[in-house]
Design a protein around this ligand. Structure first.
Ligand code: ZN
Ligand code: ZN
Length: 343
């Protein structure tokens, strides 16, 4: 999510670009003439953690194949929007399974250029929804309808009702605009957007250093505060899928950083956490990269037929940490293969 001023500058730059450059360029892979690189078949990086006595650098990673879950999620073909969103007739929210008890939901590019991802995790007693989408009307953002459908289905299977907890990866509007759609929902808690709302709900005692546990019923989710992109940012770890949900703090796109030192510390803590927890897949809340290494789509592009896959690996987090260490005294924009550091 961009800050308002960044949005404005990028809009001006984007309009200028659109006027002078072939508008189909981004659909063909951008200005760069990189060789065709398949971002999905990365077999030299691994989601495996390094051995406990090693320094957390990507060089230490064994050359094992990425997990089956990573491969499955990377293969998902997300709706790629349209060059004419006015006549778009596709689903406004695409739903894909993550495992038998979890779903990935994505608001369509034609509903909003941010096209955020949301996650729905089922336990035996509770359901956790991370984020509610970028718009607040049910026509462009039928998140409530999709979530209700999935919960009702699960309640029928279990023979009992489930309570819904709506949490946010962080409080930017492209992840919380749909909150209003849940305000009248029975048996539902929508956690507030302020840092203290998050601290109080989960019982953080030493924010941002402690790790909290949240039991959905035979499925314990762990939460780590990761301020830096935004002050309320929280990462979630799910031992069942071995997935780390990182919001806008790490995803295949432009990693905007509001507070560099906080962000760096947060990523170091996540890296350390990964040394004692198996992380098979890192799932963020946007895709902005193309499937060419280091090449991103322009901010407002709603037609992205060659998107990068959604998942990243623990090794990508380690590479990010390496770069943050390297630029500690002079934070600057740094293009990486699978993301772009954007202080
Ligand atoms: Zn965002
Ligand atoms: Zn954001």
């Amino acid at each position: 999510m961009l800050k308002r001023a960044q949005h404005f500058l990028l809009l001006i730059a984007g309009l200028f670009f659109a006027l002078i450059v072939d508008p189909t360029l981004s659909a063909r892979g951008g200005l760069f003439n990189d060789s065709e690189v398949d971002c999905f078949n990365r077999t030299t990086l691994s989601g495996r953690r390094p051995s406990s006595d090693s320094v957390a650098t990507s060089e230490n990673l064994a050359s094992e194949n990425a997990s089956a879950l990573f491969q499955e999620i990377a293969k998902i073909k997300w709706d790629y929007g349209s060059q004419n969103c006015q006549s778009f007739e596709g689903e406004r929210i695409q739903v894909m399974p993550l495992d038998k008890d979890s779903y990935i939901l994505r608001q369509s590019l034609c509903s909003h250029f941010e096209a955020p991802f949301m996650y729905l995790l089922f336990g035996k007693d509770k359901v956790l929804l991370q984020d509610t989408g970028a718009t607040s009307d049910s026509a462009s953002n039928p998140i409530r309808e999709k979530v209700d459908f999935l919960i009702k289905k699960r309640e029928r299977e279990l023979g009992r009702s489930l309570s819904l907890i709506v949490i946010h990866s962080h409080s930017h509007g492209d992840h919380s605009a749909g909150d209003i759609l849940f305000h009248n929902r029975p048996n539902t808690t929508v956690i507030g957007l302020q840092k203290n709302d998050v601290i109080n709900f989960f019982g953080f005692k030493d924010w941002p250093k402690d790790v909290i546990k949240f039991d959905l019923g035979e499925r314990v989710i762990e939460g780590l505060a990761i301020p830096g992109h935004q002050v309320s940012s929280v990462a979630l770890y799910d031992a069942q899928t071995r997935a780390l949900f990182t919001g806008d703090s790490l995803y295949p796109g432009r990693l905007y950083i509001q507070n560099f030192s906080q962000y760096w510390e947060s990523m170091e803590r996540l890296g350390e956490y990964g040394r004692s927890h198996q992380i098979d897949v890192i799932l963020g809340t946007h895709i902005e990269m193309t499937n060419k290494l280091g090449v991103d789509y322009s901010v407002y592009d709603q037609f992205r037929p060659e998107e990068h896959g959604l998942p990243l690996l623990y090794g990508d987090l380690l590479k990010l940490i390496e770069q943050l260490r390297a630029m500690a005294h002079s934070p600057h924009r740094q293009v990486m293969d699978h993301f772009i550091i954007t202080p």
